[in-house]
Design a protein around this ligand. Structure first.
Ligand code: G4P
Length: 190
């Protein structure tokens, strides 16, 4: 998605630890017009699939999921994060290790909002090692829901999460795949 890549090149800031800061338009302040185009692009890429729900994880995934959901006209469900596993028997949980933040969270989705009739599109803002996506896939598995694909705004290709999912036969669509970033600048996969 050229509009997004141009914006990353213009406003993205490469930080230590392989972190790309996009706070000025995606993760803190949100450019709502760009967000709408992102939602439209996810729709273009997944419009042939039957989708009943979009699943994401708090916090930054929610805005992206909502932008996409407007085009699909389906509800958004976001996994809540908790420091410990919930005792709620009416919920699905998965443990998610964060490479970037070097911590572990539990993600939780109530069984009221996900079941075996659901055809799920997983959406997130970033993919690094893919731990968040793996956790959401696990939750769908527990719920008996079908995952039709994973949509990511910015994939850091050099961290391998997206390719690992693709190798497992999952339809992954990333709107920008960063192949490398550093003093030489940001390079995207074609
Ligand atoms: P993974 O799920 O793909 O393995 O990634 P990782 O554990 O590294 O990601 C943890 C968090 O950091 C996620 O947000 C992810 O979206 C975000 N993240 C990963 N790499 C980058 C990056 O280069 N730049 C930015 N801006 N974010 C990155 P989170 O913990 O769920 O936090 P939230 O911001 O959504 O609340």
């Amino acid at each position: 998605m050229e509009l997004l890549k141009d914006r990353i090149l213009r406003d993205g800031i490469v930080k230590a630890g392989n972190v790309l800061k996009v706070d000025s338009f995606l993760n803190h302040q949100i450019d709502i017009r760009l967000m709408d185009e992102i939602g439209r692009e996810f729709y273009r890429r997944f419009q042939d699939e039957r989708i009943t729900k979009i699943l994401t994880i708090e916090a930054s995934g929610i805005a992206v999921a909502c932008a996409a959901a407007r085009y699909f006209s389906v509800p958004v469900v976001f996994a809540r994060k908790a420091k410990s596993s919930t005792l709620d028997t009416n919920a699905y949980t998965a443990r998610i290790k964060s490479f970037t933040h070097k911590d572990t969270n539990w993600a939780m989705v109530s069984a009221n909002y996900l079941d075996e009739d659901d055809q799920v599109l997983i959406i997130d803002d970033f993919m690094a090692e893919g731990n968040a996506a793996q956790g959401l896939l696990e939750i769908c598995d527990y719920a008996g829901a079908t995952v039709v694909g994973v949509g990511v705004v910015i994939e850091k290709g050099f961290q391998g999460g997206g390719d690992a999912l693709r190798e497992n036969g999952i339809h992954v669509e990333s709107l920008a795949i960063v192949e490398s970033m550093g003093p030489e600048g940001i390079k995207f996969r074609d």
